[in-house]
Ligand binder design. Structure first.
Ligand code: HEM
Ligand SMILES: CC(C)=CCC/C(C)=C/CC/C(C)=C/COP(=O)(O)OP(=O)(O)O
Length: 319
């Protein structure tokens, strides 16, 4: 409530009071966090299979619970730090710490406690490496990436590290050490994020500018912003081809995965190439349609790719 001067006007029909549960879902970024946890679960599953263990044992659930709690806490602290810039963007203006439905102390206490207790739980119940890595991931997301969003467009590259660490953390939860398959999983999510976020950046370019967030898409002039956005999206979409096949070179997956990953990744590349058409007329409304299509493709592609890995883990075929 304190930021009325900068706050975005919300149409009357959308001003329905959300419940505390839905406020928490927003505070913990339910959908993005769910995907983060799915990537961690994939790392855990693949790591357990590498050890010849059944992935369905209580320790896996304990580890996932810890990772979930720290992810939720990180999202709460991210929103505590960004409550002013969030107030300036329609996409984020209804977040509970912007509207005051969740107070600053409430969000801060919840965030710090969740990160501290979740990391401690992982260090004790899973292993010290996993607890430490999870704490480092949360710290880099909250204390490095989040403030950098208002300082440099390099923030996307920095933010890709905490974004990509969860599957590696899942692997260390299962195996107790960092091994090449964990690095390959990290690389896959790292590279996947660029077309994903270049699309989002383009969709919300005007909002981000108004919110004072720096990214490729908010550079001036718009032709330069489009070039830089498309270059990064295409560069990483092409890089995704070898990176997605890396697990097969490490014998983590077999031929069925290799075929599925090739087809899926070519699909992701296809949507990125279509997105490159924004170069023709960067200010046209169609450029946002292409961006939205790429965002949709990115969030469909990733679970399918992980699903293919899981179905073909260690060369097994689960059809
Ligand atoms: C630099 C890294 C990343 C940035 C800056 C970023 C940013 C965002 C933003 C702003 C949205 C909201 C789009 C909207 O409201 O229309 C979003 C959506 C999404 N992100 Fe990311 N993201 C990143 C990495 C990740 C990672 C690592 C994951 C999980 C593995 C992920 C999963 C998702 C999902 C599933 C959605 C769709 C959620 C929905 O439909 O509301 N993102 N991302
Ligand atoms: C295991 C663990 C501690 C994970 C935490 C890391 C985490 C939540 C990564 C998500 C990836 C990311 C950079 C999202 C963008 O957030 P944003 O702040 O740019 O999104 P916004 O604009 O919607 O606030």
């Amino acid at each position: 409530m304190a930021h009325s001067a900068a706050t975005v006007e919300i149409p009357v029909e959308t001003k329905v009071e959300p419940s505390l549960l839905s406020d928490y879902a927003t505070l913990f970024k339910f959908r993005v966090s769910t995907m983060v946890i799915i990537t961690a679960a994939a790392g855990l599953y693949l790591g357990d299979l590498r050890s010849g263990l059944s992935p369905f044992h209580p320790e896996s659930l304990y580890a996932l619970a810890g990772i979930t709690i720290v992810t939720a806490g990180s999202s709460a602290l991210n929103q505590a730090l960004e409550r002013r810039s969030d107030a300036r963007m329609p996409r984020t203006a209804r977040r509970p710490m912007v509207t005051g439905r969740i107070s600053l102390p409430h969000g801060l206490i919840l965030g710090f406690l969740a990160i501290f207790l979740g990391s401690l739980w992982l260090a004790i119940e899973t292993n010290l490496l996993t607890g430490t890595l999870t704490l480092l991931t949360a710290t880099s997301y909250v204390a490095i990436y989040t403030p950098l969003k208002r300082i440099t467009s390099l923030n996307t590259f920095i933010g890709a590290f905490p974004g990509a660490l969860p599957p590696l953390i899942g692997w260390t939860a299962a195996r107790g050490l960092i091994e090449w398959p964990a690095v390959a999983l990290f690389a896959m999510i790292f590279v996947w994020q660029f077309p994903h976020f270049m699309a989002i950046g383009w969709m919300y370019r005007d909002e981000y500018r108004h919110g004072g967030i720096r990214l490729a898409a908010t550079q001036q002039p718009i032709t330069w912003a489009a070039r830089s956005t498309v270059f990064q999206a295409l560069f990483y979409a092409v890089l995704m081809l070898p990176v997605a096949l890396w697990p097969s070179f490490l014998h983590l997956t077999g031929m069925p995965y290799t075929i599925a990953a090739t087809i899926l990744t070519l699909g992701y590349l296809w949507y990125t190439i279509k997105f490159a058409s924004i170069l023709r007329d960067p200010s046209s409304p169609d450029s946002r349609v292409q961006a939205r299509n790429l965002l949709k493709a990115s969030v469909i592609y990733l679970p399918l790719l992980l699903g293919a890995m899981i179905l073909n883990a260690q060369g097994r075929v689960w059809f």
